[in-house]
Design a protein around this ligand. Structure first.
Ligand code: GLA
Length: 726
């Protein structure tokens, strides 16, 4: 709900301070001039002081092609109906609106010559230090205009040993942390997958302004583009004392025609600033996600689940489903999820080369259908979830036979086919396809309201560049309209089904982004469930996303992606640091392994509120190169904490650093209890109390190996400690 408070620009003397509890952006909004940014940092500055300090931080918020000099990149470019490519934006109005727990500052600008209006928004949260910015372009003329570039925002950064942190990966190797100093020239991070946008490069970055990125110190800015489609992040560095950061939808192949009276809104760019280094930025993002609706789950805890994929792959049948439900119940879990392989009538889904689109139960595998599965789940006292891939089809499917025109491909051309040699992407720009995708949910959830969880997958990029639905002169709208339609589909689903838990999966972590997470409860971090590689991947993911969003499952060894054999304890200790689940065939586990997992699950239930809702402190990076990673979660009231310590590699006589904890109350005394203990003797710290000050200044010594019988020795070592304040 908006409450409008219109302020005259004069009342503000042209200076607008956009404020969160700790931070502030100062804009200079003089009527008749372009909108300029003078400051982003802690809430201590005034424009007068900044000017008196000799600060020349004074840049157009939205540099427009035509008014910026040719070396500075534009953030916005429009081609007017007469072919003119210039924009000269002048502020004509400023409004302050209240929207829930945020202040929305709206600056309206107008081109000097042509009837094009550009509205720039800044949404400042009153309880978290995040400011979102976005832009709306309105064609006020009588003829169409073409949008050639439409960034969500631009941020100047004063030069001086500024470092960029970003994530880069691939399928089964998501979110590797990359850190590099910004140097002269233009650095571009972009995604052109079409359907998913987080596998290779991620649309979130951090800037460490005071030299090499530090976890706890230094001025640090975080930026997350809230968009699920193609994007482009640019950092342009000139000899003018500033780096210029731009973020927006990738304009490549996406020129957008705006008809008279139409408007185009960019996705939001979320910005946060902290003087507590990268850790401070992460905690700001996590809090914003959890408390401001940027992650759908809100305050409900994430259930402990067993997913059938790595345990069975396509080999689904009723007996095996029943067995897995029974197993997860016996282990103390709360939910069972049936993955791929349950559907298809004319074309049964036995491998990945057919049936997507034919969302009917394969009654050869599941004679009692979904009612039978729900009956079995009820009997076992677990919730039931199911896998779907609503935006996709196989060319071997009844759907494709009936609607070959529903897939994304250029009219007249043969489609390139993906996974299984037959997978194609449905054309969500087509309203009939939108209705179809909605009906997949609606049929499942209205017929079977007991379904508690949906795993929504997306296993193909856009491989065919064209739409059979859009007119030929709007082919370049495909990449944008697809994602606008995807969001509308999510909104339609959430309006009717607000409570079902939906996992955001796209061949693993291909869709971990804040464009989609407001509608999803969690995401699948990666198809790689190897304990060791997950430490690296979850580390990178944690820069921007809270633990509750990270589905993190215990799987079998040798691991199915990297064939490494880690110990069960190690896999459990890693999986416990996110939303714990299992991705395994319990039938193949020994009784001892089951007993261990039962204990892990029962302990996780006790500490899960701390992990899922607590503040994250990353203590020692796996990227430090000394074979150790450690992090901890601390509850808001600092009464509870959970500490994780994982050794990465074992070399004889190799020493790893002693870890100091963080985030605790220095004056409180914490009793330590080891979880998932396998050692014959407890640790020296077991049951003892230490002040928060001691734990943070000195820390506890962790033995490098486990004290176990000879036949149980292996090269994996890890610890999980629960800390409870007296
Ligand atoms: C993707 C997902 C997996 C699994 C398979 C099923 O790869 O990431 O978890 O659901 O699809 O085909």
């Amino acid at each position: 709900m908006f409450v409008l408070l219109t302020m005259s620009i004069a009342a503000w003397e042209g200076n607008v301070s956009i404020e969160t509890p700790q931070t502030q952006i100062i804009l200079h909004a003089k009527e008749g001039q372009d909108l300029r940014m003078a400051y982003y940092g802690l809430r201590t500055a005034t424009l007068g002081e900044l000017k008196a300090s000799g600060c020349d931080f004074d840049f157009s918020v939205l540099p427009a092609f035509g008014t910026v000099d040719m070396v500075q990149l534009p953030a916005i470019q429009v081609q007017h109906s007469d072919g003119d490519l210039n924009l000269e934006l002048q502020v004509v109005n400023y409004e302050l609106q209240k929207e829930g727990k945020a202040d929305v500052h709206l600056f309206t600008m107008q081109d000097k010559l042509m009837p094009v209006t550009v509205k720039t928004f800044y949404k400042a949260y009153r309880e978290v230090d995040v400011i979102e910015t976005w832009t709306e372009i309105v064609n006020g003329g009588k003829r169409a205009i073409t949008l050639k570039r439409f960034d969500s925002g631009h941020l100047p950064l004063r030069q001086g040993d500024v470092w960029l942190t970003h994530l880069h990966g691939d399928w089964a190797a998501e979110t590797n942390v990359v850190q590099e100093p910004l140097t002269l020239g233009c650095k571009v991070i972009r995604n052109t997958d079409g359907a998913r946008n987080a596998h290779i490069d991620a649309p979130e970055v951090m800037f460490s302004l005071d030299g090499h990125p530090s976890e706890n110190h230094g001025r640090t800015i975080g930026a997350a583009l809230c968009w699920s489609g193609n994007y482009e992040l640019r950092i342009n560095t000139l000899l003018n004392k500033f780096h210029h950061f731009y973020a927006g939808i990738d304009p490549q192949s996406s020129e957008y025609v705006l008809d008279p009276k139409e408007s185009f809104a960019t996705p939001h760019l979320a910005l946060t600033y902290s003087e507590q280094g990268m850790g401070g930025v992460s905690r700001n993002f996590h809090r914003w996600a959890r408390t401001q609706g940027k992650l759908h789950r809100g305050n409900g805890v994430g259930d402990i689940l067993l997913n059938s994929w790595e345990g069975l792959y396509f080999d689904i049948n009723e007996e095996r489903m029943l067995q897995m439900m029974d197993d997860i119940k016996q282990l103390g879990g709360e939910l069972f999820v049936m993955d791929d392989g349950w559907f298809g009538d004319k074309y049964p889904r036995d491998i990945d080369n057919s049936s997507l689109g034919d969302w009917v139960v394969d009654t050869r595998k599941l004679p009692d259908g979904i009612p039978g599965l729900l009956r079995d789940a009820k009997k076992n006292g677990v919730k039931f979830g199911i896998w779907i891939e609503p935006e996709m089809a196989n060319t071997v499917s009844e759907l494709y036979e009936a609607h070959p025109d529903w897939i994304i491909k250029a009219p007249g051309r043969e489609p390139v086919q993906g996974r299984g040699g037959t997978q194609v992407v449905l054309d969500l720009t087509n309203p009939k396809v939108q209705d179809f995708a909605f009906s997949i949910f609606d049929n499942l959830l209205s017929n079977y309201p007991e379904i508690a969880y949906i795993k929504w997958d997306a296993n193909a990029p856009v491989m065919n560049h064209g739409s059979q639905y859009l007119p030929m002169d709007e082919q370049s709208h495909l990449y944008i309209k697809y994602h606008e339609a995807l969001i509308q589909l999510c909104q339609r689903i959430r309006a009717k089904y607000p409570d079902v838990i939906i996992q955001d999966c796209a061949s693993g972590g291909g869709r971990a982004n804040y464009g989609l997470l407001p509608y999803f409860d969690e995401f699948w971090v990666s198809d790689n469930t190897d304990g060791l590689q997950r430490i690296y991947m979850q580390w990178g993911t944690s820069y921007f996303f809270p633990a509750i969003a990270m589905a993190s499952h215990i799987s079998a060894v040798p691991n199915h992606a990297v064939f490494r054999t880690t110990s069960l304890k190690y896999r459990c200790d890693v999986a416990m640091s996110g939303r714990l689940g299992m991705e395994i065939q319990p039938k193949n586990m020994t009784d001892d392994e089951k007993a261990f997992c039962r204990q892990v699950i029962s302990d996780y239930k006790r500490v899960r509120p701390v992990i899922q809702f607590g503040d994250l402190y990353r203590l020692h990076s796996p990227y430090a190169g000394d074979n150790l990673a450690s992090l901890m979660y601390v509850s808001k009231d600092k009464q509870q904490a959970v500490f994780f310590w994982w050794k990465l590699e074992t070399l004889k006589n190799q020493h790893v650093p002693r870890i100091k904890m963080a985030g605790l109350d220095p004056d409180k005394y914490y009793t330590v209890r080891e979880l998932n203990r396998i050692d014959n003797k407890p640790l020296p710290c077991e049951g003892k109390s230490y002040s928060g000050a001691f734990l943070m200044q000195t820390g506890l010594e962790m033995p490098y190996t486990h004290d176990v019988d000879y036949n149980k020795l292996n090269d994996w070592a890890s610890r999980v400690l629960q800390l409870t304040a007296e």
